[in-house]
Design a protein around this ligand. Structure first.
Ligand SMILES: Nc1ncnc2c1ncn2[C@@H]1O[C@H](COP(=O)(O)OP(=O)(O)OP(=O)(O)O)[C@@H](O)[C@H]1O
Ligand SMILES: [Mg+2]
Length: 315
């Protein structure tokens, strides 16, 4: 039985300026024990899909199940199986961190065994770098610390399925590493993880399988390694002050002085270097490396629309 199953999920928001098709016939399953990444640009529909999973929004069509429990007709069981870290910072300003975690445990009946629950809360606080903030009021925490509390709240009832909607937005480097170590440990212990992030190097490092959404549709669904293998494999990176010759603009990504150009083979690399030379460009710190997930992502997002049949489905 899949840990999470999305079956033909569509969502249309009707607003003053017309209808927004946030999700259009999204179908895929996530198996128990997977570390699964859901990627897509701003507005692609990631949070909408997670909101439907969490029972915070209703699908316009289709079904969603968590460990076989339908999120509408069997809401309580579905919700109990999930730990969700929301994208938006929401917190109750009247409690301290430990109280907030105990209250959250209470919602899920996890305080039947108070001693075990308190020990787990201590472990969460320690692993998320919050031990010295246990008695601090939620209002007194910085933005990154509030996000750590949201992660702890999601995990407090030991849910088998963990859903993280951009958990590392605004989080410092150190916590990012501790957080990923902790989530990876939970995944090794059998928890299923669904993650959305705009940090593609995190997704590449952590997720065994990925789905990419574009304007509410699944445009890629495959193992991370297969997605990486199936794209332009070589990447030229260099720094340059002068503008790039127009002939290279289409296959380039420019971030400040840093230019990255995709190439499919050695011959194409030579051609690119020839174009630069003929234009009198002087690239500095030239490197030739493998394409990473960011390159794959941009190729898929900027590429021609794919039909469902072209989206490879592999478990
Ligand atoms: N409550 C709402 N009412 C109307 N439209 C909405 C609502 N929530 C989301 N949308 C629209 O649905 C689309 C998908 O939004 P969603 O928040 O799911 O994107 P996302 O992939 O999570 O983006 P981001 O990376 O910015 O978090 C967007 O066009 C958004 O404007
Ligand atoms: Mg979102």
């Amino acid at each position: 039985m899949p840990a999470i199953s999305f079956q033909n999920v569509s969502k249309t928001y009707i607003g003053k300026s017309g209808a927004v098709h946030a999700l259009d016939d999204v179908s895929f399953d996530i198996q128990p024990g997977e570390f699964f990444g859901l990627l897509g640009p701003n507005g692609a529909g990631k949070t909408t899909l997670i909101s439907i999973l969490a029972g915070l929004a209703r699908a316009s069509a289709g079904h969603v199940k968590v460990l076989g429990h339908d999120v509408v007709s069997d809401y309580a069981a579905a919700r109990r199986s999930l730990g969700i870290v929301p994208q938006e910072l929401v917190f109750d300003p009247f409690f301290n961190v430990r109280e907030a975690l105990r209250i959250q445990s209470g919602y899920f009946g996890a305080r039947v065994d108070k001693k075990a629950n308190d020990a787990w809360i201590d472990e969460l606080l320690a692993n998320l770098g919050l031990a010295d903030k246990a008695n601090a009021n939620m209002r007194q925490l910085s933005g990154g610390m509030k996000r750590r509390v949201l992660v702890a709240q999601a995990l407090v009832h030991r849910p088998p399925v963990i859903v993280l909607d951009e958990p590392t937005a605004g989080v410092d480097v150190e916590l990012r590493q501790t957080l990923w170590q902790f989530v990876a440990r939970l995944n090794r212990e059998g928890h299923t993880v669904l993650l959305t992030t705009h940090y593609l190097e995190e997704a590449e490092a952590l997720c065994g399988r990925l789905a990419m959404l574009k304007q509410g549709r699944v445009v890629a669904l495959d193992r991370t390694s297969a997605l990486l293998a199936g794209t332009a494999s070589t990447m030229l990176r260099f720094k340059m002050d002068a503008p790039l010759p127009a002939a290279l603009a289409a296959q380039s990504r420019v971030t400040g002085r840093i230019v990255q150009i995709t190439a499919h083979d050695a011959h194409e690399v030579e051609t690119i270097l020839g174009v630069l030379r003929n234009a009198g460009c002087q690239p500095e710190d030239l490197e030739i490396g493998r394409a990473d997930l960011e390159d794959v992502f941009l190729e898929i997002m900027n590429g021609p629309p794919r039909t469902v049949a072209q989206v490879r489905v592999a478990v």
